[in-house]
Design a protein around this ligand. Structure first.
Ligand SMILES: C[S@@+](CC[C@H](N)C(=O)[O-])C[C@H]1O[C@@H](n2cnc3c(N)ncnc32)[C@H](O)[C@@H]1O
Length: 269
C-alpha cells in the first residue's frame, strides 16, 4: 500500500519533472546551432550539457517529421526513451548513413521506424532489422503492457509513417536462431535495448560487438548509471545490468563516441 506521504512525494516529483522538462524545452540562442554528433560531443564534453543540447535540438532544430514521430510514440505508452534520443539518432544516422541497422528489443517499433524515417528524409538506403519476442516478455527491472499484439502494432505504426516493413525476427536475442541472425553479416549500426539483466546484456553486447562493421556504431541503452550523468527529474540514468557491461567492457574495448543521457555510443578503435 502507498502511504499518504509516499503519494504526495510521488506527485511532487511528477510536477517537478514536468516543470524541468518545460524549462529544458525553452528556446535558447546559445544551443541553437546545427552540429554533427561529433561536433556536439566536442563542444559539450560534459554529458549533462550534451543532453541539454540534444533535448533542445529536437524541440527547435530537428525536422518537424522527427518531432512529430517522437510525439506519436510518447503518447499512450507507445514507446520509451526521451526527446534527446530522437535528436541523437537524427544526428548519428544523418552523418553515418548506415546500410544495415539492427535493433535488439523492438517493443512497439519506435526506434526501427525512426531509423526508417531518417533514412527516408535523408534519402539513403537502409535495411532495418529487429530481434524481439513481440510479446510482454520482460526482465527483473521492466514490465510491459499485456493485451497488445506487438507485431501487428509495430507494423501498423511503421506503415503510418509511410515506411516499408522492417525485417523482424520474433525471438529472444539469446536464442540460437537470433545469435546466428546477428552473426549473419556485419552491421553498420546496432542498438541494444532488450533484456536489461546483466547476463543477457553481457551476451548481447559480446555478440553484437563482434558483428559490428569496421566503422559501425554500437549504441547501448540504459547504461549510464555509473557515469557522471546527473539526470533531470524527467530523465533516467539507466539500469545496473547494461551500465555494468559498458563499464566493465565497452569503455575499454571500444572507442567511446559520446553519451546522450542513458545511451552510450561506441565504435571500433
Ligand atoms: C525497453 S523495451 C525497448 C523500447 C524501445 N527501444 C523503444 O524505444 O520504445 C525492451 C524490449 O525488449 C524486449 N525483450 C525482452 N527480452 C528480450 C530479449 N532477450 N531479446 C530481445 N528482446 C527482448 C521486450 O519485450 C521489449 O519489447
Amino acid at each position: 500500500m502507498v502511504s499518504v506521504t509516499g503519494a504526495v512525494s510521488a506527485r511532487f516529483s511528477h510536477v517537478q519533472a514536468i516543470l524541468q522538462r518545460k524549462s529544458f524545452s525553452h528556446y535558447r540562442e546559445p544551443l541553437a546551432e546545427d552540429l554533427t554528433f561529433e561536433q556536439a560531443v566536442k563542444k559539450y564534453p560534459d554529458r549533462n550539457a550534451l543532453y541539454a543540447y540534444m533535448h533542445h535540438y529536437l524541440w527547435h532544430l530537428a525536422p518537424a517529421e522527427i518531432r512529430d514521430h517522437r510525439s506519436y510514440f510518447s503518447e499512450r505508452r507507445r514507446g520509451f526513451g526521451e526527446d534527446a534520443f530522437h535528436a541523437m539518432w537524427w544526428l548519428l544516422l544523418r552523418e553515418h548513413q548506415p546500410r544495415y541497422a539492427l535493433e535488439i528489443g523492438v517493443y512497439r517499433g519506435q526506434v526501427t521506424s525512426l531509423m526508417g524515417l531518417i533514412a527516408k528524409l535523408c534519402a539513403f538506403e537502409c535495411e532495418i532489422h529487429g530481434i524481439s519476442p513481440f510479446s510482454p516478455a520482460a526482465d527483473t527491472v521492466s514490465k510491459y503492457l499485456k493485451n497488445i499484439d506487438y507485431l501487428d502494432d509495430t507494423l501498423a505504426s511503421n506503415r503510418r509513417f509511410g515506411l516499408p516493413d522492417p525485417h523482424f525476427l520474433k525471438a529472444l536475442s539469446t536464442d540460437t536462431i537470433a545469435v546466428q541472425y546477428i552473426r549473419s553479416r556485419p552491421w553498420d549500426v546496432i542498438y541494444i535495448d532488450g533484456n536489461h539483466d546483466y547476463d543477457v546484456a553481457l551476451t548481447d553486447y559480446k555478440v553484437c560487438r563482434d558483428a559490428l562493421a569496421r566503422d559501425g556504431l554500437l549504441v547501448m541503452d540504459d547504461s549510464s548509471l555509473y557515469t557522471d550523468y546527473r539526470p533531470a527529474k524527467f530523465s533516467f540514468a539507466g539500469h545496473p545490468g547494461p551500465s555494468r557491461v559498458v563499464n566493465e567492457l565497452a569503455f575499454s574495448e571500444l572507442r567511446f563516441l559520446g553519451g546522450v543521457g542513458h545511451n552510450n555510443v561506441f565504435t571500433h578503435f
